[in-house]
Design a protein around this ligand. Structure first.
Ligand code: GH3
Ligand code: MG
Length: 573
């Protein structure tokens, strides 16, 4: 019995065209592979993505922090150095002398040359120094390490700050004389007595800064830059971007310096590459460090994981799909064979023998099927044999039921069944019909003389003579004892009498010749339809009565019922 849930499930499966076992196995296997592998892959990918993001945030944070520290240190060291030189005897004393001697003397004087020589010697020792200048309080260049005097780019309030004793660090700028980026560091020069004499200004190049930026590079595409507060690029580890260009950065450059980890942002760099970067403010000055790395490089690993997951999933799907298909076939093919076999058996072909393979439930089913068919085959042979016997027996019975066992003629019962039909037919077609009643003369005596077996033999012989002498349409039957009855359809009385006469003569001739000693003769009474009766009983009675008339007339003769007495024949009374 099919349960209601089975109905529902099969309806749903039919909608998805999943009726066949093969497809069910295939879809189940694919789902069983896809769902876990995709979900695991997705979880793994998400974790990897998160991990990579955290890692890059950490790396960029560390890189910028390192740069800020090193740049801060660089700045501090440079100021310290310049302070050392500015407070040197050569500088302060010479400047004091020159200041006291007047500007005219200063420009041509020995003191000035000495100072210039000193500045040159210092410049040569330090790679970061491009030019050293000594400025008086009015901002006039007293001495310079360079051959010609250039205008120092000091902030407007430099004198105030210098007098206060604090060092001055200028904005980064493009120096036209040097044709490169530079920054100016100036420290006050004081006389022995503490008088403010001027400043020692040093033009610094970005060589070391570039080295610092380069030292902290991440991966292949990592880049670190120094930007001013307005987003102007001051220095970069990259070669493509030119300094002083304004960068479009997603960071708030005016935010106060914080100790917190900088935020990670995704943006497009001047070279048009999508990058992930971070910005860290320098606490000592208005510079910030921006470090970024190409997004593609950062997520290359997760992209590889994604491709790998998809490849593994694809491979698994292919392998599992193929396995499921083959497994499905091993189930479905034997079932198909079983179905075809069952259809053949249903159509009556019992020669079906299915091949058995494997150790599955289907194998057991196939074996049971083969056994069943073999048993059916044996049963059918047995049934056919029994049927054959039954038919034979039936035929025998049929013959037995209508035949007389001794003579092989019809028996009286069958004759009496046939006769009414024949009368009806003759009546319908207005045709004649005759009945002969026959009795052996003195048969008792014959029996007595020759024995009962000889009597039987005689009865058989007479039966044979009747069969041979009559037409196939005639019916000859043993009426009982030594009496016979014959029906001659479509035969007139005169013709019937002729037949009766011929029968009588043949019996006399043949049996007498055989028995030699004894004369065997017959009495025959003939009755015709419709003259001598319209019913079975009436006709038989007429023939019987004619027979007795023949007996009475002295035996061995034919008598026709009624008045139609043929020559040599007696009339039945
Ligand atoms: P009738 O001329 O008057 O007919 O004299 P009948 O001796 O033939 O007298 P009836 O016809 O009355 O006797 C029939 C005899 O036929 C009696 C019986 O002994 C014999 N008979 C009947 N049936 C059989 C049989 O099956 N086999 C043999 N051998 N004899 C039979
Ligand atoms: Mg008799």
């Amino acid at each position: 019995m099919l349960l209601s849930w089975e109905h529902t499930v099969s309806k749903i499966l039919d909608v998805f065209r999943l009726g066949s076992i093969k497809r069910k196995i295939l879809v189940f296997s694919l789902l069983a592979t896809l769902i876990p592998s995709l979900s695991m892959g997705w979880i793994f990918y998400r974790y990897a993505d998160q991990f990579v993001t955290e890692k890059i945030a950490q790396d960029l944070g560390t890189a910028t922090a390192q740069n800020v520290r090193q740049l801060g240190l660089w700045r501090k060291e440079r100021i310290y150095e310049v302070r050392v030189f500015s407070s040197s005897y050569e500088v302060s004393e010479t400047l004091d002398k020159i200041t006291r001697g007047g500007l005219a003397q200063a420009t041509d004087g020995v003191a000035t040359r000495r100072l210039q020589e000193y500045l040159k010697s210092v410049r040569e020792k330090f790679v970061d120094y491009e030019e050293l200048m000594v400025l008086n309080t009015a901002g006039q260049v007293i001495a310079t390490s360079a051959g010609r005097v250039s205008r120092p780019g000091l902030p407007p309030d430099w004198q105030k700050r210098a007098q206060a004793g604090s060092p001055i660090v200028s904005e980064a700028y493009r120096d036209d004389a040097l044709n490169k980026m530079a920054v100016l560091v100036a420290v006050p020069i004081s006389a022995q007595d503490g008088r403010f004499l001027g400043v020692l200004a040093v033009k610094l190049n970005f060589r070391t800064i570039k080295e610092i930026l380069n030292s902290s590079l991440l991966g292949k595409t990592g880049q670190a830059s120094v930007v001013a507060q307005d987003g102007t690029l001051i220095a970069t580890s990259g070669t493509n971007s030119s300094a002083l260009m304004k960068l479009e950065l997603p960071f708030d450059l005016s935010q106060p310096v914080s100790e917190a980890e900088p935020v990670l942002e995704e943006y497009v760099d001047p070279d048009g590459r999508t990058v992930i970067g971070t910005l860290r403010r320098m606490p000592q000055m208005d510079w910030s460090i921006v470090a970024h790395i190409e997004k593609e490089e950062v997520y290359a690993q997760t992209a590889r994981i994604r491709v790998l997951t998809m490849t593994i999933c694809g491979g698994l799907l292919l392998a599992i799909g193929l396995t499921a298909y083959v497994l499905g076939l091993t189930i479905v093919r034997p079932l198909d064979r079983l179905t075809t076999g069952a259809a053949k058996v249903a159509a009556g072909d019992l020669e079906v023998q299915l091949s058995v393979a494997g150790h599955s439930e289907v194998r057991y089913l196939t074996e049971v099927f083969n056994d069943m068919v073999a048993r059916l085959r044996t049963d059918r042979v047995e049934l056919a044999r029994i049927n054959g016997t039954l038919i034979e027996k039936n035929e025998e019975l049929q013959i037995l039921s209508i035949a007389d066992s001794l003579t092989g003629l019809y028996n009286r019962r069958h004759f009496m069944e046939v006769l009414p039909n024949e009368i009806a037919r003759a009546s319908r077609h207005k045709r004649a019909l005759c009945v002969m009643m026959i009795d052996i003369d003195h048969f008792k005596e014959y029996n007595d003389a020759s024995g009962h077996q000889a009597g039987d033999a005689l009865l058989k012989k007479i039966g044979l003579i009747f069969k041979e002498s009559l037409r196939s349409a005639d019916y000859a039957a043993r009426y009982g004892g030594d009496e016979f009855i014959v029906l001659l359809p479509e035969t007139e009385a005169t013709r019937a009498v002729e037949v009766a006469e011929r029968l009588r003569e043949r019996v006399v001739e043949e049996t007498t010749a055989e028995t030699r000693r004894l004369l065997v003769s017959l009495c025959i009474g003939v009755a015709a339809f419709p003259e001598h009766g319209l019913t079975l009983e009436a006709i038989v009675a007429s023939a019987d009565s004619a027979l007795y008339q023949a007996k009475r007339n002295g035996r061995n003769q034919v008598v026709l019922a009624g008045n139609d007495v043929q020559p040599g024949m007696k009339m039945a009374s």
